[in-house]
Design a protein around this ligand. Structure first.
Ligand code: ADP
Length: 858
């Protein structure tokens, strides 16, 4: 658009200049034409002939006057002859006129055009020659002229044809000249017309552009007006208060909402300093300083910094919370500030209410957790009594009928324990969140042991049970074994529960993972049982849902099993799904992505249950306030050959631990006066004989946060009430006499701990002791040999299992040095360090020989 304007302007300017020039040229031409009458060569040429005739006439008169003067002189008649002088003067005048007429032609503006004609120039020259010839006579005295008259006459006659010839020749020249002038003027007029047309078009374009600009301007003005109107109505309608202040802090605008929020009338506040209108007095100084700072360095903590929570002052003097955002915009005189202000009093109140609601919900949640913990304690403690008593009762002489009832009592307490565990599991998963612990797991081993454990249950329902692992190329995968085990256990138990005379299959299919070093595991549990209707499939994963199937219902579940499984699978990153057809069977499955175990990474423990380790007699301190539980633990532990000391509260426990060396301390947690956690701390801090002895919590408090507390206090592990004999044995078999072993080096150890050797002897009695000792000796001979062979074959896993077994026997008979070597060997096998394993294994034989010698001489 600017380019077009420049172009049009340029055209008009150039057009004007050209028009001016052409007009000037035209005026000049017209001027020349106006001068034409004075310079009319045509007329001059015509006059030339007239002047010639006049000259001829004057010549004739002069001749006559001369003639008469000559006759009068002769007759004396002086009075009839005209004076000769006058006639000669007339002649001279006529000659002069003729002379100048001839030269006028040469001096005329068209002379050039005329003289270009050869004939005309020749005639002209003829005239000029005559004139020059006669000039002396004309300019001379009268007498001379009179004398020259005859010659003058004859010369005059000789040129008589020339003036006419000149006039005739000049006519076409004249016409040609006139044509030229006319053409020139016509062209000039045409050029002027053309330029005028161009200028006119340019002017019209300029006019059109102006019109366009005007309408554009109108449109813009309207848009701006509408925008302003909209802005004004936005300002008016805005729910937020909008206040505009100038550079000096004076109010320039105050919208309707501002009036409502602050209780001021717009008219009252316009022009007043904002600090006096809406800012509480104690903040005014800071406000003014802030404004000054902003004016100086354009730095501000509140301008253009987003939303701020600021206190504001109402017209009635009260203060209220606002959410304010302030922005600076350029105004006519310096910067203006626009403040958008929202009264958030209600919001703050709501938020506080919400926080209170959240706090009370959290409180309720804590209450619920507490409730679970208390429930767990309150229910598990008596259940502990029941289950332990039933366990012990089984070892006594019972009639068949009593054994039957005992079985019923046992099954019922198992179910009750299952229910409590279910509820606690949910609480546990929820409070543990989504973290599942990854560790190397031997999946086939896990599946096999799970299936074996459930086999008797399946047998009772005449159902076959099996497992298979497909596509597992790595020996171990990293997953959460407890989680997997629990999920599969729940699914398998359900499958067996709802299938009679059928088939239950546990399957894992491994496939490539989406990330490197990972694999995808799809677990499925398929049964040929009663199946689940499509309707019921939608709700069985919800908590406390049991499908009512009156005829075939055989279970006694809480309806939490699948809820637990669903949560655990979700925690492992999978989703538990079911496919089922009523009376055909069901398949529960889930897929998880897990890392493959790295080379050398092996499962952490081979539990004593799996390796069938013999019981190692220990010195046990039981700290328990509940008399029944204390008694039951005493009987159970002594029944397994351990030496048991009893303490009935924390104080007594600490006292006894300071005075006696124990191999393990079993510590109840909730006890009056001093609880188990505190007692543990005191034992650890004391310099007593059992300050380094492993301490196990025995508690019904199974919540994870409590376990963390136990760890922190220095406890080794935790046994959950009700205590089962198997769990207790497992724990006892796992105890490494940490305190003693850590302080003694193998070389300094005697091959046999005679005190322990003696203890075992007196515990077993001489016959049993001899038998066991003989077994130990032959086991030692075989195993030391087999361990070396397995290591030589590179089969560290098998070597580790054998080592573990022999170490257990060594611990029983106090064969400390060999035990220590075997432990180091076990560690090397576990780490996959075959070099160290080989070295240690080579040293086993001499130590074993020493041990045998020591036994023989003991
Ligand atoms: P419960 O502890 O009662 O077994 P679950 O949450 O484990 O609770 O299961 C909920 C319901 O889903 C069960 O009551 C049963 O009706 C149904 N169900 C679960 N597994 C199977 C299965 N394999 N076959 C048929 N029904 C099943």
């Amino acid at each position: 658009m600017p380019f077009l304007r420049i172009l049009i302007g340029g055209v008009i300017l150039i057009g004007a200049v050209i028009t001016f020039y052409l007009s000037a040229t035209l005026t000049d031409r017209f001027d020349k034409l106006r001068e034409a009458p004075q310079d009319n060569s045509q007329w001059n040429l015509a006059q030339l002939e007239v002047d010639y005739l006049k000259l001829a006439g004057a010549t004739h008169l002069a001749e006559m006057a001369a003639h008469e003067a000559g006759g009068a002189e002769a007759s004396g008649a002086e009075r009839f002859s005209p004076p000769v002088g006058d006639a000669l003067d007339e002649l001279r005048k006529a000659f002069d006129i003729f002379y100048s007429r001839v030269y006028v032609l040469e001096e005329s503006k068209d002379a050039e055009a005329f003289l270009a004609n050869a004939e005309l120039r020749r005639n002209q020259d003829g005239l000029k020659m005559f004139l020059h010839e006669m000039v002396p006579a004309m300019d001379g005295p009268d007498a001379g002229l009179l004398a020259a008259l005859p010659r003058f006459r004859s010369r005059l006659d000789s040129i008589s044809t020339l003036p006419r010839a000149i006039a005739l020749v000049s006519v076409p020249i004249r016409a040609k000249l006139s044509d030229g002038q006319r053409l020139e003027i016509t062209n000039l007029l045409k050029a002027i017309a053309l330029v005028a047309l161009v200028v006119l078009i340019a002017l019209m374009l300029a006019f059109a552009t102006l019109l366009l600009q005007k309408s554009e301007l109108n449109r813009k003005t309207q848009t701006i007006a509408r925008g302003n109107e909209r802005l004004a109505s936005t300002l008016r309608a805005s729910l937020d208060a909008i206040i505009v202040i100038d550079d000096s802090g004076q109010v320039m605008d105050f919208n309707g909402s501002a009036e409502n929020i602050f209780g001021h009338k717009r008219a009252d506040v316009i022009g007043r300093p904002i600090s006096q209108v809406i800012i509480p007095e104690r903040f005014r100084k800071a406000h003014l300083e802030g404004m000054a700072r902003f004016r100086e360095g354009r730095q501000s903590k509140i301008v253009d910094t987003g939303r701020l929570n600021l206190l504001a002052l109402h017209a009635d003097g009260s203060e209220f919370q606002t959410e304010t955002s302030i922005t600076a915009v350029p105004g006519e005189n310096g910067l203006n500030f626009i403040a958008y202000i929202r009264d958030i009093t209600e919001e703050v109140a709501n938020r506080q209410e919400l926080h209170a609601a959240r706090d009370s919900a959290l409180e309720a949640y804590r209450e619920k957790s507490k409730f679970f913990a208390v429930m767990s304690h309150e229910m598990r403690t008596p259940l502990n009594g029941i289950i332990s008593s039933l366990d012990l009762m089984r070892d006594t002489d019972l009639t068949e009928r009593q054994r039957h009832f005992l079985q019923i009592a046992n099954d019922s307490s198992d179910i009750l324990l299952g229910h409590i565990n279910d509820v606690l599991d949910i609480a546990k998963i929820e409070s543990e969140g989504r973290q599942s612990r990854l560790e190397p797991v031997d999946l086939p081993a896990l599946m096999s042991s799970l299936t074996e454990n459930l086999r008797s249950l399946a047998d009772r329902r005449n159902t076959r049970i099996g497992w298979e692992a497909i596509g597992l190329d790595a020996p171990y995968v990293c997953c959460d074994p407890r989680g997997i085990r629990q999920v599969l256990l729940n699914l398998m138990s359900n499958a067996i529960k709802f299938t009679s005379s059928g088939q239950v299959d546990l399957r894992v299919m491994a496939g490539p993972g989406q990330t490197d070093g990972h694999c995808q595991l799809t677990f499925s549990v398929t049964d040929t049982g009663i199946g689940i209707s499509a309707e019921d499939q939608k709700r069985i994963f919800d908590d406390f849902v049991t499908v009512d199937n009156t005829y075939e219902r055989t279970s006694t579940g809480t309806g939490l099993g699948l809820g637990i499984a669903r949560r655990l699978v979700a925690a492992m990153g999978g989703r538990l799904v079911v496919e089922s057809r009523p009376r055909k069977g069901s398949t529960f499955s889930f897929t998880i992505e897990v890392p493959k175990a790295k080379a050398g990474q092996t499962p952490d423990d081979l539990t004593p249950a799996e390796t069938l380790a013999p019981i190692i007699p220990r010195r046990v301190l039981v700290v328990e306030d509940n008399e029944v539980n204390r008694e039951l633990l005493h009987v159970t532990l002594t029944g397994d050959g351990h030496t048991v000391a009893l303490a009935s509260d924390g104080f007594e426990g600490v006292h006894m631990a300071a005075k006696h060396p124990y191999d393990v301390i079993l510590m109840d947690i909730s006890m009056p006066n001093m609880d188990g956690v505190k007692a543990t701390r005191m034992i650890r801090e004391s310099r007593g004989l059992s300050s380094a002895t492993p301490i196990y919590a025995v508690t019904a408090h199974a919540m994870p946060e409590e376990r963390a507390k136990f760890d922190k206090a220095g406890m080794e592990g935790c046994l959950i009430k009700p205590l089962r004999r198997a769990d207790l044995r497992k724990m006892m078999a796992n105890i490494h006499r940490a305190g003693h072993e850590a302080t003694e080096t193998a070389a300094a150890m005697p091959p046999i701990d005679l005190a322990q050797f003696g203890d075992v002897g007196s515990l077993l009695g001489p016959d049993k002791f001899r038998d066991q000792l003989a077994k130990f000796q032959s086991e030692g001979d075989t195993l030391t040999h087999e361990i070396r062979a397995e290591i030589a074959r590179g089969n560290l896993r098998a070597a580790r299992a054998l080592t573990h077994r022999l170490a257990g026997s060594c611990a029983t008979f106090g064969a400390m040095r060999l035990h220590s070597d075997l432990k180091s060997l076990e560690t090397a096998c576990k780490a996959g360090d075959s070099d160290s394993a080989e070295k240690i294994a080579d040293g086993l034989d001499p130590v074993w020989l020493l041990t045998k010698d020591a036994i023989a001489s003991a």
